[in-house]
Structure formats: structure tokens, C-alpha cells
Design a protein around this ligand. Structure first.
Ligand code: NAD
Length: 737
């Protein structure tokens, strides 16, 4: 039989092996082409009496199947056909989803025994295909992961995953796995009844054939009379608690911002109580609802497609041949330098970690030892790997050790003079072609490049703290930065498996500037007389990882004060003073409350055994609190202020050419400062609300709270023309800066 994405092979015993190997993709995904092939194969297997059973396996070395084709899904999202009514679009979508989940239903009811021989990762739709098979055998390789990660991009498993998995492992085990998008290795999957058997990789097909020949059973457990759901039905004692707790946990951790997780709970609760066919219809309804929701579309775009594009180096100048950093020099072995050293050595790069003294450099290297010891304790690394990694880091105080470095990352004190001094000393040792990157968080790259003898090879490479956890690196182009430096910076970020965004030089670059508006808005609210607990709670309810006041304490209030004073000086008459200016001045200058660093900020950080911070009671003496109780309208208004304030700033960065690609603005926000992921990012919010409505709302907020909300010219122009960011600034046509 001729199939495009599978190879068909029927042996003398009448067993068909379907080897999944999509010629157009490096990894198998559940594309429309693959689904067409599966449908054709099922029809043939069911109708041909010479076929005794079938095995589905993968021909790719990198996995069985990675899941649905999200690129196809995103382009179809929202339903096709502009002329169609909303009702028709929903119906079209629903019919498409039913067709998809009925495909797997046909597979499991075709009357012939089907085996999934899982020889690599099986995620999302990839796992769902196997769940519809009658026997699952998996290669004994702990690197293989089996899971349903859909909720991580705002979706739910729409191929029967919410129905079959709980019927195999019980709701108590299945719910956390599906809601958190987790995965299991083969041994754990077998222990939890997700797969039947784990065998050495070279015995996979033999075991599949053995089962078909010796003990074939083409009926799924849930299609057998007397089937009992492991752990009980949702309304039964024991199982009902799982749903009550699950709901409480969902609300506590997500503030009800993620409909996918809520719908997963509903699918499992409602679906387990009815026969599988009705359960699949329930899943199809919730899945359709999600697909029609712009929030899911935004999440798929930013959290998967854009992140993937940027990770692959979408902004890299194509004309520069690929570069590779073999030897990296790091200047300054402090908090950032030590972290950059660790992630680089982890990626196999030789690192020279330089500080003013050997002792300080050694201390920087010791940070890697600490991280590795932690990894070993958790079983995630080994002594051998630790020795290998540490062997790649050379701590030193001698600039001559920098000879042969392809790239330097400078992470010394945030002082123009110190940075200029180390730039000169390092450049005296390295080749003319080597690139110099600065990790400065505030100083303009163009001005730092003045200390360099080759400013075209000088660039900003801005990491976030803690470096080993934070995925984003903001690459900053100085006025004179050339394509080679940009290409090498992007290649390096790719080498260390992080995601780059490329921005142009400006005060606070992109991320710090927009992040600052979130923290600032919280301080404005406080100065207006809103109680601090309400402000920080609503910050978290908005989907931000932490409240603005606790974040301000972490960053340091004296630093915020200094930045405000400097900005005032730089902007002169153009500076728009806010109510919070006076408040911060009082906190820092009069009261010496600098934040977490001196144990005194908006919160107190007592040295008590529980170590818990508490809101500083003295705030009531410097702020006249007028709003002490919350209500739904107030919460909505505060949430809007937080989100819209950051979105307006992102739009300003776009107009000022600081950020030039909507994907980078959105991904940079989510990965850089934890901007509410469920929104898809600040520009996705504007596009989803509609530019016209967004501008009207911002005008209202500006009137009520201050000019900082005023929409810029770009936004007004887009509102007039009915444009969106992703429509006007089409990312795919974007050239590197
Ligand atoms: P840090 O104070 O922890 O480390 C700075 C290190 O530089 C120290 O070990 C110091 O001994 C060393 N140093 C100072 N002068 C030197 C010299 N002349 N030669 C060699 N080494 C020298 O500071 P950090 O937090 O790691 O920040 C470093 C840089 O990274 C700063 O530019 C900062 O703005 C930037 N940055 C910091 C963060 C953050 O969250 N801390 C985030 C992004 C960027």
C-alpha cells in the first residue's frame, strides 16, 4: 500500500508494520497528511482478510511522534471562511475535531489487533495514537518521554487523551499529568498502566509480533462489559476528592487564567461518568471551545511557534556563515559571570572565567560546583559529568589566558569606567575577529562601544538572573554593531540552548524598560492609597509571577530611586512625575528602606525561623489608605492597568525601533520578565482586544490615572486603519536588524 508519511510492510504471517517516517519533516507530527494516511491504513487493515494485525512504529531516530502539527493548527485556528457566521465557524471546527478523534476511535474498533511499538518520545497526539492501540510496548530507554503537553500551549489533548488516559491510570494519576503537561519515562509509564510492556529496543518489533500471534485482543478495556475505571468514578467516594482538590489547586496556581486546564478537569469529570463515545464528544466540545478562543491561538503562537523560530535564529543575518564559540572569555566572576560560565561549560564550551583576583575567580567557578552538586543530589547529573564540566572552566586573574577566545562576555560591575578598562585589556589579547559582548543591564551599548577599538564587533548580550534558569537572552545592537557580531551572538545563544531576541539600543533596552512599568504601576497604586496586599495579590491574579511591590523590594528601592533621579535629569521638562516619586524618595532617603537587601522595604524581612516576609506596618503612616477592600470591578480595573501599562510601553518600543519584530516583543516579555503567558504577550493583547478598543481604553486610563497610559502615534494610526501588530509587521518578512 502506498502512503506518504508511513511505510507499509506486510509479512508472511499477515502482520503489517506501519513505519512512521514523514519525508517532509525531521520529526514525525500528527499532520493532516499523517491523519489521511492513518485513515487509509485502518480501512485497509479492517477490510483485508489476509491481514491479521498491525504494528505502528517510527522510522525516525529522534522520536515516535512529537504531537499535533501546531503550525497547521495555528494557521487554521479560529475556523476558516471569512464569510461564514460565527455559528457556522464553530460547527466547522467541531466537525473537524470530531473527525480527528473519531479517527483514533476507528483504529481501536477496527476489529484487528493493533500494537504501538514505541521507539522514541511520544507526546501529545503522538501518545494519543498509541493509547488507541490495543497493546503498547516501549523501548527500555529512560530518555523516552510519554506525555500530553498540550496544556503548556493553552490546549487540551483533543485526540481522546482526556478519556483514555484516566481510564488506564485513574483520574488521580492522569489529572496532574494532563493539567501540568508532564511526561513519564517507560518504566514509570508501565508502573502506572499507561503501557503494557518495556523491552530492550532491539526486541520491540519481535514482542509486538509475538503478542499479535499469541494473545491478540482487538477490544479496548473500556469497550468490554463490566469495565471499571481505576480509582473509581468521579462521583464516588475517593475519586470525588481528587476533583475537589484539583479544582482548588487549579484556582490557587492559575487564578483561573488558563481555560485549557479548567476544561481538562471538566473533560475528565464529565467524560469518565459516561461511555467512551459520549466522553469523546464531551472532549471534542471543550477542545472546539479552546480552538475558537484567541487566547489559545496567542499561546500557541508565542509559546511554541515564535519561540521555535527565534530559537532557530530567525533574526540571524543569513549572509554570515555559521559560527561556533569554542573558547569563551568571561570578565567578572560575580553572580552573572559565574552563571554564564556554568551554562556555557554545560554546552561544551571552554570557559576562561576572569576576575580581579584568583580567589574571586575561583569563587565564581565554585558556583558551578554548587549547582552540579545539587543536580547530582537530585539524580540529574553524575560525578563524571561534574568533573568533565568543571574541567572546562579555567578561573584566572590573568588577561593573557583570554588568548584564542572567539567571544568575550563582560559581566563586571555596572560602572562605565570599570567596563571601559576591562574592554581595553581584553581586546589587547584577542583576535581582531573575536566578538566582545557586554552583559550590562542599563548602560547604552553604543556608548560602551566607545572604549572598543572595533565597535562593529561590540554587542550587548544581556542575560537574566538566575542564568541557569532564565531562558531569554536579549541581544542589543549598538549603532556600529555589525552583522558578524550579531550572527555570533545569536549562534552562541543557540549553542547554550537559550532563546535570543534582538533589540536596538535604548534606555533599559526592551525588557527592563517594560518590566519597570509593571513595578512602577504598583507603586502608583500604592501612592493613590490602595492597600499593598491588594496590589500584590492582583498582580499575581493578572498572571504575573509576583506582585509589583515584592518585586520592587527584590530589585532594590534605592536603585529604583537612583534610576528615577537619573531619568529626571536626562529627560528634563519631558519627565512626567508620578505620585510614586515622592513615596520612593521617602522610603529611601528619609527612612533608609532599600528593599530586601537591607531587610526593609515595602515588606519587612525578619530574621525569624520561618524567614517569611511581612508587609511593613509603617506604610500606613506614610500613605493614606483609601481603598482597603476588593471587589470584582476594582480587580478588573487594576488588572487592566497592569497589563495595558506594559502593553503601551511595548508599543512605544516598537515605534521607537527598540524592538522590531512582534514575535520578539511577545516572547521577550514572557521569557524575560514573566509577562502573563496566557495572553501570548503584550502585543498579542493589543491585537486580541483590537487596536481601536485598546486605544479608547488607554485614553480613558490616561484621563483617570496619568499620561503614562496615552497611546502613541503608531497605536493611533493602527487603530484608524484597523491594523494589528502581527498583520502590519509581518514577522516572516522581517529581516535581521
Ligand atoms: P557582581 O557584583 O555579582 O559581580 C561583578 C564581578 O565583577 C565581581 O566578581 C567583581 O569582582 C568583578 N569585577 C569588578 N571589577 C573587575 C575588573 N576590573 N576586572 C575583572 N573583574 C571585575 O555583579 P553582577 O550582578 O554579576 O552583575 C554584573 C553585570 O551584569 C553588571 O553589568 C550588571 O548590570 C549586569 N546584569 C546583572 C543582572 C543581575 O540580576 N544581577 C542581570 C543582568 C545583567
Amino acid at each position: 500500500m502506498e502512503l506518504k508519511t508511513f511505510k507499509w510492510n506486510q509479512d508472511a504471517d499477515g502482520i503489517v508494520t506501519l513505519t512512521w517516517d514523514d519525508p517532509d519533516r525531521t520529526m514525525n507530527v500528527l499532520s493532516s497528511g499523517a491523519m489521511k494516511d492513518i485513515a487509509a491504513a485502518i480501512a485497509k487493515i479492517a477490510g483485508d482478510a489476509s491481514i491479521k494485525g498491525a504494528i505502528i512504529t517510527s522510522g525516525k531516530s529522534n522520536g515516535f511522534c512529537a504531537g499535533a502539527a501546531l503550525d497547521e493548527m495555528e494557521s487554521n485556528a479560529g475556523g476558516s471562511g471569512a464569510a461564514k457566521s460565527e455559528e457556522e465557524r464553530v460547527r466547522d471546527r467541531y466537525n473537524g475535531v470530531v473527525q480527528f478523534n473519531q479517527l483514533f476511535r476507528k483504529l481501536e474498533t477496527c476489529g484487528k489487533p493493533i500494537v504501538a511499538a514505541i521507539n522514541g518520545l511520544a507526546l501529545g497526539g503522538g501518545l494519543e495514537v498509541t493509547l488507541a492501540c490495543h497493546y503498547r510496548v516501549v523501548a527500555d530507554n529512560p530518555k523516552i518521554q510519554l506525555g500530553l503537553p498540550e496544556s503548556k500551549v493553552g490546549l487540551l489533548p483533543g485526540g481522546g487523551g482526556t478519556q483514555r488516559l484516566p481510564r488506564l491510570m485513574g483520574a488521580g494519576n492522569a489529572l496532574p499529568l494532563i493539567m501540568q503537561g508532564g511526561s513519564l519515562d517507560p518504566q514509570k509509564a508501565a508502573a502506572q498502566n499507561v503501557v503494557h510492556k518495556v523491552v530492550p529496543a532491539d526486541q520491540l518489533i519481535a514482542e509486538a509480533k509475538r503478542w499479535i500471534k499469541e494473545t491478540p485482543d482487538p477490544v479496548q478495556p473500556w469497550d468490554k462489559k463490566g469495565f471499571v475505571v481505576p480509582g473509581g468514578l468521579p462521583n464516588e467516594k475517593g475519586a470525588s476528592t481528587i476533583f475537589t482538590m484539583g479544582n482548588a489547586l487549579y484556582r490557587k496556581t492559575s487564578y483561573n487564567n488558563y481555560p485549557a486546564q479548567r476544561y481538562i478537569l471538566s473533560c475528565v469529570y464529565e467524560g469518565l461518568s459516561v461511555p467512551i463515545d459520549a466522553g469523546l464528544r464531551i472532549e471534542a466540545r471543550y477542545f472546539t471551545k479552546l480552538l475558537m478562543d484567541p487566547a489559545s491561538r496567542n499561546m500557541i503562537r508565542s509559546l511554541f511557534l515564535s519561540m521555535q523560530d527565534l530559537g532557530k535564529g530567525a533574526r540571524r543575518p543569513a549572509k554570515v556563515p555559521p559560527t561556533q564559540v569554542k573558547k569563551l572569555g568571561i570578565l567578572g566572576a560575580g553572580m552573572m559571570g559565574a552563571g554564564i560560565g556554568y551554562v556555557s561549560a554545560l554546552a561544551g564550551i571552554d570557559v576562561v572565567l576572569l576576575d580581579t583576583t584568583q580567589e574571586a575567580a575561583d569563587k565564581g567557578k565554585a558556583y558551578s560546583t554548587k549547582l552540579l552538586d545539587g543536580q547530582i543530589a537530585k539524580g540529574r547529573s553524575t560525578e563524571a559529568k561534574k568533573t568533565e564540566l568543571l574541567g572546562r572552566i579555567k578561573p584566572t586573574a590573568n588577561y593573557e589566558d583570554l588568548k584564542g577566545c572567539d567571544l568575550i562576555i563582560e559581566a563586571v560591575f555596572e560602572s562605565r569606567e570599570v567596563k571601559a578598562d576591562v574592554t581595553k585589556k581584553a581586546e589587547a589579547q584577542i583576535d581582531a575577529k573575536s566578538v566582545f559582548g557586554s552583559n550590562t543591564s542599563t548602560l547604552p551599548i553604543t556608548s560602551l562601544a566607545e572604549a572598543s577599538v572595533r565597535p562593529d564587533n561590540f554587542i550587548g548580550v544581556h542575560f537574566f538572573s538566575p542564568v541557569d534558569k532564565m531562558q531569554l537572552v536579549e541581544i542589543i545592537m549598538g549603532k556600529k554593531t555589525g552583522d558578524y557580531a550579531l550572527a555570533m551572538a545569536i549562534d552562541f545563544v543557540k549553542q547554550i540552548k537559550k532563546t535570543p531576541i534582538v533589540v536596538n539600543d535604548s534606555r533599559g533596552f526592551y525588557t527592563s524598560r517594560c518590566f519597570g512599568t509593571y513595578v512602577g504601576e504598583g507603586q502608583e497604586m500604592l501612592a493613590e492609597g490602595i492597600v499593598p496586599a491588594l496590589i500584590d495579590n492582583v498582580g499575581r491574579m493578572t498572571g504575573m509571577p509576583r506582585g509589583p511591590l515584592e518585586l520592587a523590594d527584590d530589585v532594590a528601592l534605592d536603585l529604583a530611586y537612583k534610576v528615577r533621579e537619573q531619568t529626571k535629569k536626562d529627560l528634563g521638562d519631558k519627565y512626567e512625575a508620578g505620585a510614586a516619586d515622592k513615596l520612593i524618595e521617602t522610603m529611601v532617603v528619609k527612612l533608609g528602606r532599600y528593599g530586601r537587601k537591607n531587610g526593609k522595604g515595602f515588606y519587612d524581612y525578619p530574621q525569624t525561623p520561618d524567614g517569611k516576609k511581612r508587609l511593613w506596618p509603617g506604610l500606613k503612616d506614610i500613605v493614606a489608605f483609601k481603598v482597603t477592600r476588593s471587589n470584582p470591578e476594582l480587580v478588573d480595573e487594576l488588572k487592566k492597568r497592569f497589563l495595558y501599562r506594559q502593553a503601551v510601553e511595548a508599543a512605544r518600543c516598537f515605534e521607537e525601533n527598540v524592538v522590531t519584530d512582534p514575535r520578539e516583543a511577545d516572547v521577550g516579555a514572557i521569557l524575560g520578565w514573566g509577562f502573563a503567558p496566557y495572553t501570548g504577550g503584550p502585543l498579542s493583547i493589543i491585537d486580541t482586544v483590537g487596536t481601536k478598543k485598546f486605544v479608547e481604553e488607554c485614553d480613558r486610563l490616561a484621563q483617570k490615572y496619568g499620561k503614562r497610559f496615552l497611546p502613541n502615534r503608531l497605536l493611533r494610526d493602527m487603530a484608524e486603519k484597523g491594523e494589528t501588530f502581527y498583520g502590519r509587521f509581518k514577522p516572516e518578512t522581517k529581516k535581521a536588524a
